[in-house]
Every structure is written in structure tokens, then in C-alpha cells.
Ligand binder design. Sequence first.
Ligand code: GLA
Ligand code: ZN
Length: 650
Amino acid sequence: MTYLGVDYYPEHWPEEMIDEDINGIIELGANIVRIGEFAWHLMESEEGSFDFSYFDKVIAKLKERGLDVMFGTPTATFPAWLAHKEPGILSEDEHNHPRVFGGRRQYCFNSDAYRKYAARITRKLVEHYKDEEAIVSWQIDNEFGHEGSDMCYCDQCHHKFQGYLAEKYTDIQTLNEEWGTIFWGQTYNDFSEIPIPKPTITTHNPSLKLEWSRFRSDSLNGFAHEMTNIVKEIKGGHQTVTTNVSGGVFDKWFDHAENLRPMDFVSYDNYPVWGGLEKPIPPEAIAMTHDFNRGLLNKNYWIVEELMGAQGHDVIGYLPRPEQAKMWSYQAFAHGCSNMLYFRWRGMTKGAEQFCYGVVDHDNVYGRKYKEVQSLFGEMKNHTELLNSEITSDIAVLYDYDNIWSWRSQIQSKDFDFNEELLRLYRPFYQLNTNIDVIPADRDLDTYKVVVVPVMQVMDEAFADRLRSFANQGGTVIFSFRTGLKGKDNNLRLGEVLPGLVRDMVGARVEEIESLTSDHNLSLQGEGGFSDIPAQVSVWRDLLVAEEAEVLYRYQDYFYKDYAAVTQNTFGEGEVYYVGGGLSESALDKIAQDVVQRHDIDFIESVQDVEAYRRRVGDTSYLFLMNHSDQEKAFQSVDLKPYESKIIKE
Ligand code: GLA
Ligand code: ZN
């Protein structure tokens, strides 16, 4: 069965509206609602007095009408009485300012007090509903780490960070040595002297910054797993457990794959546009987030918050055009979403999300958006087998949070953005409508033909060896700039010629480097098959000297016209590309075409702005078609109206 539903907050409305709402939700074609997240005070209005009677009534009504329930544990929004009694639960910003009560997720993951109260409400809630047959799944908290909640600089965190270091480094001399604290006379005599990277004059030690990032991840994931383990210990056998991943996955201070490890499945909140954006994020950026979420547990996932109305807190922006939000839903299903709930049933008239428009607006009229969701549900409910079919990819795009955090703490080029650099190499394969996995770098690579490794500056020998054997055995590896610059200590290697650890497979060396800006475009001269494809680099350039590699592009500016910008090297049975800068799309498109053809990878030619995604059920193959434009398009013999989406059998 495919679950199709809405996020429903009955407690936001007069009780007499619930029957009418349930009728409307049923009419929509829904068979599930998500309730309960943020409702801690309703369940524990005073310390220790637990009362689930309100949700008992709600669940009875939902059940009577055949609706199943995903229940959110309410720890993202603690009651005011708790903040009043235990101010130490409040997280702090880098200026020692506690985040005051009034928003959400302002708790500190390292607050023992918070963990105690959060564990108790979670335990009481699940004990109360573990046998409730209508509750089929538990969502842990809400969007861990979102809206800046992954960072806290309070004394509890500082103290626990020192403990984390003492455990990891055993003795302070080892830490001093590895961190290079001799620099600027920062040698520590004891772990208790080590700061957390609050504002200082100039900047902190790079090793400290990376360890702090890892500690943040451990803190958030430690809290998440403590709550998850409580739910798993108590929940009914018919109930699953998940948590909902928010957008901006590479801008967070926690390892998402580790966060999701104990969950039964990944849930994702898909907002192609949010807040004051004047237009949605590009189609390939939306697609990449789906491939990322599918990659977390290497299986299809749920969307528990799909955008239908314009969304924002104090500022809203672009209004999704008719059929556009439905098209984004098709895109999600194409990339592996198997069950979907829209955020939210009706936009709330009060509170901080008055401008998070829902399926139904404040006028309570079942209008265009209601009908759009109704049609989507009607079309998808019969595709359960297709939506649950496995997606296999020949191409993997690798990321690693140590590497991402290393870049975030020292961006080197003022316009460097990790998301953009990953998308730079993802986009050309997306444009060919190939299947792409976006996965952690430590995953097994054996089933892939192509491995894309965007700006992987932090690299260890083990990873380099895995890539070496992958290429040796016939794989294609595509590196981009600053590859192998640093070790896992976030420091450079004395005597190591770049690209570090993989110079042999790249077949070229980096002699000098230059940080560019996003609008500092340097023209390149193509060679061989690239001689008639104009190209530029921006953001960064590595000045390469080809050793065994073939030069695909050279720089043209006076001092550097003998240096290579892009190289290709035959290595063993395979090949290695090195893209030594922020290379323009034209050149990357050609590389992607060459690679896809060389490996005979399944791809689909389409027209601009039409995304096609192939899925298979047994011997039958289907195409999901999404028109991402406001123009009429034709895909082969299929006409697509503006923002139209459809599934065709091949
Ligand atoms: C996030 C949160 C929801 C809500 C929406 C509003 O995804 O999960 O609670 O705040 O944004 O768009
Ligand atoms: Zn803290």
C-alpha cells in the first residue's frame, strides 16, 4: 500500500472542526496523517502530569474513518515550564547568549536535564500508544539540526568537548603534536585549557575546528539515538521509526548517515522553495537531495513534508505555479520516494507559521491546491509496485562530512560553496537523465562504473587506495580541485606533491594554485576532442603539469598558458579525470557524455527543462516525465503542458 496523506495539527483548531477536517482529508484521497510533533505541553502541561486524552480522542476519530497515523515525538518544542525550571537546557550562541524560549529546537543536546525530560516524555508517549494499531510509525523529534539548532556553545558543551578530546587523544602531547599547537604558542598542558571555537582575534586552529564539528555531530546524533532507542525499546511490532531530514543537508553540523542509521527508513521534507526566494532552487538541486536521501539507507524513502503552498516564517516568496508542486511530487516519486505526506493540511492562523500555506488556506476553501493534491493522490495510489521498485545506479557522487566541515571552516576562496561544487559535477550526469547515487565516501564502490569525487580535500590513504583499485579495475574516477590536500587531522602533509595521495592515478601534479572568485572567469583552450568547446574556470584553479595524463584544457593567461586545467589519465583498466577548477558546464557536459558512452550507461535524451527518469518493474519499464518549465514541451511524442508531469509505460 502507498501511504498518501497530510501533516495535521488538530490541536491548532476548535475541536468541532475535527470531523469536517477528517472528511476533507478523506476526500483528498489520504490514508494517513502525521500528528503530535510540537505538542509536548498538551501531553505534559505540568511537570510529571501526563495526559494523552486529547490525542486519544483524535486517534479514535481518525481510526474510525480508516486513517493511519504517524506520530511525532514532541521533543523539538519543550514546554515553557521546563525552560523556566531548567534554564540550562537552553542552547547558547557563540556570544554566550542563551537562545530564549519562543522559537523551537533551542535545546542543548548535551544538557543532562534536557535529555532526562525528553527521554521521559518520549517513553511515556510510546508506552501509551505502543499497542495503538492506527499508529504505524514514529517520527523522532523534527528536522534535527535545522534552523541553526545543531550548534551550541554553552559550558555544558565546552566541558563535554574537552572530555571528548581527552578520550580520543589519551594524552595532551599527542593532541599538541597532531594539531600543531606550537604555532602561535598554543601548546596545551591540559585538556581543560582547550577552548571551543567562539569568536577570537583572527581564526582558530584548523584541527580544533574539525574536531569541534565532529563533536557537534556526535552530540546531535547522541541525543537522536537516545530518543530513538527508547522508541524502539517500547514501540509495537507494527510500528516503524524514522526522523525527518530537512533541506540544506551539506550545511549542517552532523553526519546524516549516522543520524539515520538506527531508523527503519528515511523521511525527507521536500521544499524546492522556502522563505523569501523569488524562484525555486534548480531542478538538479532538488533531484540531488532526493538521491542523497535515498542514499542514506540505500533504499526508497518517505516524504513527510511535501510543499504545496508558499512557505515562510516572517518572509514568503515564490508561489508554486499550478501543477508545479504536483510536478515536484512526481520528481520525488521518480527518485525513490515511496510514500508522501503534504505539509500541511491547513495553514495556521496564529503563531510563527501563519505564512506557511497548506493544502487548504486560512479561508478553509478547498481550492486549486486541494484539487492538485487530490489528483496527485488519485494518480499515485495505483502505482505502489512502481514506487517501491528498486533504483540501481552506475554513477556515484561521493561526499564526506569531515571534508565538508573542513571546507566550511576554511573556504579558501571567498565564493566557495560545497553544494555548488558537488552540483557542478552532478549536473552533467543529471542532464543526461542517468540514475545517480549520492552517497557517503565510505560506502562500497564495487557496483558502480563511475565515481565522482567533488573537491575531496580531506582524504586518507585507505580512501585513496579504494579509488585506486576502483580505477584499476576499469572504473572512471572524476576528481575536482584541491583533491587530497589534507589529512583527517585537517592539516597539510609536508613533502606531499598535490594532488595528495592520488597523484599517480591522476597522472599530473599541481605546481601552483590560485583562489579565484565566482565572477573571475578564466578562459581555457581545449585540446583534442575539446578543442572546439569553449570553457572557463571560476572560484579556484589548480595549475597542473601533466605527467602521464592527457591534457583536455590549458589556461590561456600569459603566465600560465603552459599549465593544464583539466586532464584525463588512463589508469589500469580505467581512467581518471582531474577538473582543476570551477569548470563551466559545456566542458563537463562533454566529459559526462564521453563517460556515459564509454561505459554504456543507460541515459535518456530529453529537451531543455524536461526531466526523464526510468524505473523498472520486472520486464516493464516506465518513464517519469517532469516539465520543469512554464513552456509547453514535447518529449519524444509526448506533449507536456507547463509544469505537467506524467508516467508513461515504455
Ligand atoms: C519545516 C518543519 C515544519 C514547518 C515547515 C514550514 O519543514 O519541519 O515544522 O516548520 O518547515 O515550511
Ligand atoms: Zn550546549
